[in-house]
Design a protein around this ligand. Sequence first.
Ligand code: 4NP
Length: 163
Amino acid sequence: MPEPSISVLFVCLGNICRSPLAEGVFRQLVREAHLDGHIRIASAGTGDWHVGRPPDPRMCATAASHGVDLSQQRAQVLTSGLLASFDHVLVMDADNLRDARALTRDPELVRRIALFRDFDPEPGDGHVPDPYYGGREGFEQVFTIVERTARALLGHLRQLHGL
Ligand code: 4NP
């Protein structure tokens, strides 16, 4: 199989809730579109507290209830090297945007970083809310936002890259 032509990295704070979900949902959409092999997908956190750990069990349970398996993922920290190895870096909130941008001074790399919700077809505040300290409904809300936005993102990338 040829090398993937596009690479997409999802970023949040801990890499155990929002970005693993975005990775899992997006991977599934890509598979359904028969585009696996064309798009390389990963996720990372701007913080390193959870490195090596699987996603939060509450996020895994919510994803599994929608048929998305996150269990094989392990948290990794965002570095400038990782950033440089992806074409599109989609971050979940304004803090992630600031922290990701702070890793590089290369304007070409800075241009690769965007808010994930810039692709959300529905109006919102531009951020995926952090569900970590809240209840179950917060995880469900994150799933709704991520699923809707990931679909739109895939449509955008297919157009942009002619896939
Ligand atoms: P995430 O959520 O950024 O969506 O993975 C969080 C996970 C862990 C922490 C904060 C947010 N934490 O403070 O450990």
